[in-house]
Ligand binder design. Structure first.
Ligand code: ADP
Ligand code: MG
Length: 140
C-alpha cells in the first residue's frame, strides 16, 4: 500500500546548496512529490513540529537550528514510504549512516543532519498536515 512521509531539507543542507541534488535523489528513488515548498519557521513553529522531543536535552538546539534558515518541506508518497525514505536518508548520526545515504553524503553532524523523515505512517500524515493544506497535495 502506498503511504506518505514528510521530508524536510533542513537549513544546513539548503544553505550549503544541496537542495537540487536531494530533490533529484527523491525522484530517482521513485517517490512521488505530492507537495513541496520553501519555508522559514519561527521558533514556536519549530517547537510545535518537534513537540515529541520537548524536554529532551537537544530540544533547544534543534528548534533554534530548524528556525535559523530556510527549509524545503516535501510530502512524499511511495509503497512503504516511511521506511523507504528512512533507508535513503540513513541513521540520525551521520557517523553511523551507511555509505551513499543522504546524511552520510551531506550532514554536518548529529544536530545539523541535512534531512528529516517521519518515523511512522501515522506521524507522516500528521507531519504533512502540519505544513500542507489538503489542496496543496496534488495526486497526479
Ligand atoms: P530522526 O531525525 O532520525 O528521526 P530523532 O527523531 O531522534 O532523529 O531526532 C530529531 C532530530 O533531533 C535529529 O534529526 C537531529 O537533528 C536532532 N538530534 C537528535 N538527537 C540529538 C542529539 N543527541 N544532539 C543534538 N541533536 C540531536
Ligand atoms: Mg524522528
Amino acid at each position: 500500500m502506498k503511504t506518505r512521509t514528510l521530508a524536510i531539507i533542513k537549513p544546513d543542507a539548503v544553505a550549503s546548496g544541496h537542495t537540487g541534488k536531494i530533490i533529484s535523489r527523491i525522484t530517482n528513488e521513485g517517490f512521488s512529490i505530492l507537495g513541496s515548498k520553501q519555508i522559514k519557521m519561527n521558533l514556536s513553529q519549530a517547537e510545535g513540529f518537534y513537540d515529541i522531543h520537548r524536554g529532551k536535552p537537544f530540544f533547544e538546539e534543534l528548534t533554534q537550528f530548524m528556525s535559523s534558515g530556510s527549509c524545503i518541506v516535501l510530502a512524499l508518497e511511495k509503497e512503504n514510504a516511511v521506511k523507504e525514505w528512512r533507508n535513503v536518508i540513513g541513521a540520525t548520526n551521520p557517523d553511523e549512516a551507511d555509505e551513499g545515504t543522504i546524511r552520510k553524503l551531506y550532514a554536518k553532524d548529529l544536530g545539523q543532519n541535512a534531512v528529516h523523515g517521519s518515523d511512522s505512517a501515522e506521524n507522516g500524515q500528521k507531519e504533512i498536515a502540519y505544513f500542507f493544506a489538503e489542496f496543496e497535495l496534488i495526486l497526479n
